[in-house]
Design a protein around this ligand. Structure first.
Ligand code: 0X9
Ligand code: ZN
Length: 971
């Protein structure tokens, strides 16, 4: 769940019990996170969706939580256990939303006004009564089923009586037909009676379950009443109308003025949304307030009520029933509400209109519909660039607003469209990229939900599918097929939940259209814009600690906290850049878009979470201010990353994204112990080899994820290696371990201060370093070899930060002046309850002596674990990079003779020439003392060189020249 309230760790509690087999026993914190409870313990953060809470019970100084998994968790510690249990009851037992989607209620026709009022009166009266009540019991009493049944029965009979005042037979006949059509409604009220009894008599431990059963039936009652009314209308219209009496009176000369009185000539009965006026204030003035949420009251009003509201200076906007035509909504909508944000439907300035006009005005833009929603809105995709779709050009897809309320994401997409559409473009780079890529942009992935956030509920998230239980909406970012429903962490099987994943994978029209579109135009890269939190997330997102085989490519594009890709320049933002991380670093979910796009298509898919959600101390969250300068800042902040995606599409593995500057890594070492984990280019897997020292290691290939560009090799290491080399066709990378420490008793190279100490759980051996709040863990001095390309600090880590807040964090710093000054080289933040391998790189420290220091600023001790730290110098010996002109010249190539002579490429500088074989082993070396030295001759027979490919490397004063040398001697 995205945080609706300001992120916090919550109140300290002691926890006892198992959750799905995971032991949570220990000290921890309890906090509300939207529709869930977050329990933070040493073992990680467990999210308990409120929908999975069956009941709570206070006893013997403890509060027991009964969960739908069958688990019972006991919380103790906080003094106000009673209050806590009441708060949970309040959150779990909310009154169901019952009026907003009712068509019959909103269609009080001219001919049926009185009957309409009479029919709905019992329900609306009960609803009004419920609004005045608080606590589940009182709510239940307000909707007391037997009272409701009696009143409904009376109302139905009086409908017949009014039409056949002096005709008992006609009345009985009509009554029978009315009651027949009301059968389903009356049956539902009967079920309500049962559910009410069961709730009131329920044990604590199933109380919330009974409440949910009861609420579902309440909704059912309202919906059946609504359907019943629509069904009765023609029947009543066919019967003599009570108004026929008036016609008679009219003929008798009664003044027509009577008909113009507000009540009599009642126009539509509509639900109006009134902001900034307390529900009680409205109620005290006799308005029919049927609901209120986040400062908005819903009033069912006829024309008289509306006139009275207007007279009081209150303007409200109508809530539209589903199916209300776009034209009508636009007519009714208050045009002054939004000046920049575009609703979907608005015929003057809506998204559909805007895209259409862009397409008409720009030859580079083509507008397409890739599907339709349940409410029949088009899923509009814009293609920018050449008009045709060419297999020669890589596809890049941008999407926005899977979640209805995240308007700033659609703004980002619309601004990107406008920017890229310009022809000729003032941006030469964008211009040339556009010509060489097929770029597709879907600015509103969830148009029904999006429109609903303009008409009715600003904070609506899901789509607008009516669910079987009467609730509405599926979270489209939980509906994709990859790992769908894997567990209930971050996605829910309950239809009413904000993160409801739908009845089946790809059950939603929007999801299916997006999937089919991706299959037709498989993207090399893609981004699905969301808001908020200021993150740049990439797969995987469904399991803590899992990292993609293509991590190097994801990381080069998304950057690191030290070299970020997106700089946040919004005034007052609480972060300087977007934190790049695997999606689980925010929280785990399943069925999200990026996991599917990457898993199924190998697309490098990103979730940018636009904006931090704060301006100074003001929290705006999903409601980004409607301010042109600020919106344009979001766009310009995020444009470089979008252009980098376009740029990288030709060859992601070798891209060097401009905004991060982080090179992608064809070959990388993730860990040297307890397992050697290395990545090699996918295309070179067949020739890959790993050695520890000179001993070849047996390895397995990681089976997780597609590994489209790089594959991970896994080789368990019995002891900590001192030297690892990874070879593949394009060259050999040598990793020399300069320092290692695993917090074991025999490890003495790193020193802990403050709260850092040896602790558990360990990744390997018996201990890990554990700290997190103010302590440091420092290395002794480390001499970096002069020929190291880079030094990486590899470490296994877990930490209990906050996915929404970067302030709790851990840092790795380096000092090259014996501890006088320190420079940050790596940072960890967010939620990482499972160990995974992290890395920070030091560039420019060759030949120097450095110290390293981990510093915990999580605010809480024992919240950061570090294990198996390895400081590694790399050297890369490529095979394919041969700058021919400057290479050492060989007397012949391929070499057929017994010797070969080299020409020295560095004039009179001294240096050396080395020859390596295909596996990276050096087979020959010669020192060179400049031009005056003798010719450089390699005696092949003497060194036993066999036929094959060799790499000749000449080095002098930090410069390197290489030559690929073929030996093909006839014997
Ligand atoms: O929960 C979501 O769908 C996204 N956040 S939002 O606040 N916009 O709703 C983030 C999804 C990223 N994926 C995972 N965390 N697995
Ligand atoms: Zn979102």
């Amino acid at each position: 769940m995205p945080a609706m309230d300001e992120p916090r760790r919550g109140i300290p509690v002691r926890i006892d019990g198992l959750l799905r087999g995971r032991d949570l026993t220990g000290e921890g914190w309890l906090a509300g996170r939207g529709e869930a409870l977050a329990l933070t313990t040493a073992a990680g953060v467990a999210m308990l969706p409120l929908a999975a809470l069956e009941g709570v019970h206070v006893e013997r100084g403890g509060l027991d939580l009964y969960l739908s998994t069958g688990d019972v968790l006991r919380l103790s510690g906080p003094e106000q256990l009673g209050q806590l249990s009441q708060a949970l009851a309040r959150r779990s037992c909310v009154f169901p939303e019952v009026t907003l989607s009712l068509r019959g209620l909103g269609s009080r026709g001219r001919d049926s006004g009185e009957a309409h009022d009479e029919f709905f009166a019992p329900l609306l009266a009960a609803r009004r009564e419920a609004e005045r009540s608080s606590g589940p019991e009182a709510l239940c009493a307000a909707l007391d089923a037997s009272t409701l049944r009696e009143r409904m029965d009376d109302a139905l009979r009086s409908l017949a009586a009014a039409r056949y005042r002096s005709d008992p037979a006609g009345r009985r006949a009509l009554e029978a037909r009315i009651l027949e059509r009301a059968g389903a409604l009356l049956g539902s009220i009967e079920r309500l009676e049962r559910a009410q009894r069961e709730f009131l008599e329920s044990e604590d431990i199933v109380r919330f379950v009974r409440w949910r059963d009861w609420s579902a039936i309440v909704r059912d009652v309202f919906q059946r009443a609504d359907a019943c009314w629509l069904d009765l209308r023609p029947l009543l219209a066919g019967a003599p109308s009570p108004r026929s009496r008036w016609r008679r009176w009219l003929r008798l000369g009664v003044s027509v003025a009577v008909l113009l009185l507000p009540g009599a000539a009642s126009a539509q009965h509509v639900t109006i949304q009134v902001s900034r006026l307390p529900a009680d204030w409205l109620r005290a003035r006799g308005f029919d307030v049927v609901g209120s949420e986040s400062g908005v009251a819903y009033v069912v009003a006829d024309s008289g009520d509306r006139a009275r509201l207007a007279a009081l200076g209150v303007s409200g906007s109508p809530v539209f029933a589903p199916g209300t035509s776009a034209r009508r909504q636009a007519m009714l909508a208050d045009a002054s509400v939004s000046r920049i944000y575009r609703p979907f439907d608005d015929p003057q300035r809506g998204v559909a209109f805007f895209l259409d006009s862009i397409a008409r005005a720009n030859p580079r833009v083509r507008l397409d519909t890739i599907g339709r929603t349940l409410e029949n809105r088009p899923l509009l995709v814009v293609k920018i660039g050449e008009r045709d779709d060419s297999p020669e050009r890589p596809n890049v897809i941008f999407m926005a607003t899977y979640h209805a309320r995240e308007w700033v994401a659609t703004e980002m997409a619309l601004r990107l469209i406008r920017y890229l559409a310009q022809s000729p473009s003032p941006d030469a780079r964008a211009d040339s990229l556009i010509q060489r890529r097929d770029v597709w942009i879907l600015p509103v992935a969830n148009p029904d939900g999006y429109q609903y956030t303009f008409s009715t509920d600003r904070l609506w998230r899901k789509n607008r599918r009516p669910n079987a239980d009467g609730s509405v909406g599926v979270d489209l970012n939980r509906n994709h097929a990859a790992g769908w429903g894997l567990d209930d962490e971050g996605s829910s099987p309950s239809p009413a939940s904000e993160v409801y994943r739908g009845p089946a994978p790809e059950s939603e029209l929007e999801t299916r259209a997006i999937v089919a579109f991706h299959q037709a135009h498989p993207p090399v890269l893609s981004a699905s814009y969301h808001s908020y939190t200021g993150l740049l997330l990439y797969p995987p997102g469904n399991t803590y600690g899992k990292v993609a085989q293509d991590l190097g490519v994801f990381r080069s594009l998304a950057g690191t906290d030290v070299h970020p890709s997106v700089i946040d320049r919004l005034p007052g933002s609480n972060r300087s850049h977007y934190h790049p991380a695997p999606s689980w670093n925010l929280y785990t979910t399943n069925g999200d878009y990026t996991d599917w796009a990457y898993g199924a298509l190998g697309a490098l898919a990103f979730t940018p979470e636009l904006t931090s959600g704060f301006e100074g101390t003001t929290y705006y969250g999903f409601e980004f201010p409607e301010d042109e300068t600020k919106l344009q800042t979001v766009f310009t902040d995020n444009l470089p990353f979008a252009l980098d995606l376009l740029d990288a599409a030709a060859d992601p593995l070798h891209a060097r994204p401009r905004s991060s500057g982080v090179p992608s890594e064809p070959v990388a070492l993730e860990s040297a112990y307890p397992i050697v984990r290395a990545r090699v280019p996918a295309g070179e897997l067949a020739t890959a080899a790993i050695r520890s020292g000179s001993a070849p290691l047996l390895f397995a290939i990681d089976t997780v994820g597609p590994g489209r560009y790089t594959k991970r090799l896994l080789a368990p290491a019995a002891v900590r290696p001192v030297d690892v080399s990874v070879t593949a066709a394009s060259g050999t990378s040598r990793f020399q371990i300069l320092s290692d420490d695993g917090a074991e008793p025999r490890d003495a190279t790193w020193t802990a201060t403050g709260d850092f100490a040896r602790g558990v759980p360990a990744l390997a051996g018996i201990a890990a370093w554990v700290g997190g709040n103010g302590g440091t863990l420092r290395s002794s001095p480390i001499a970096v070899p002069g020929d190291a390309d880079t030094v990486s600090v590899l470490f296994w880590t877990r930490y209990l930060g906050d996915g929404f807040d970067l302030r709790p964090h851990g840092e790795l710093r380096v000092s090259a002046d014996d501890g006088l000054s320190w420079t940050p080289v790596g940072l960890v933040a967010g939620s990482a309850p499972a160990y995974y391998p992290e890395r920070a790189d030091l560039v420019g420290y060759a030949g120097r002596t450095v110290r390293l220091s981990f510093e915990g600023s999580f605010g809480i001790s024992q919240s950061w674990w570090l294990d198996e730290i390895q400081v590694v110098a790399h050297r890369r010996v490529p095979v394919d990079v041969v700058p021919v002109a400057a290479a050492p010249l060989a007397s012949e190539n391929p070499v057929r003779g017994a010797t070969v002579r080299f020409a020295w490429p560095f004039g009179d500088s001294t240096g050396e020439i080395d020859v390596y074989d295909f596996s990276g082993q050096r087979v020959w070396r010669s020192g060179v003392t400049g031009v005056s030295s003798l010719p450089i001759v390699w005696d092949l027979a003497g060194s036993g060189a066999r036929n094959g490919v060799y790499l000749v490397v000449a080095r002098s004063q930090g410069r390197t020249r290489t030559l690929k040398l073929f030996i093909a001697r006839r014997r």
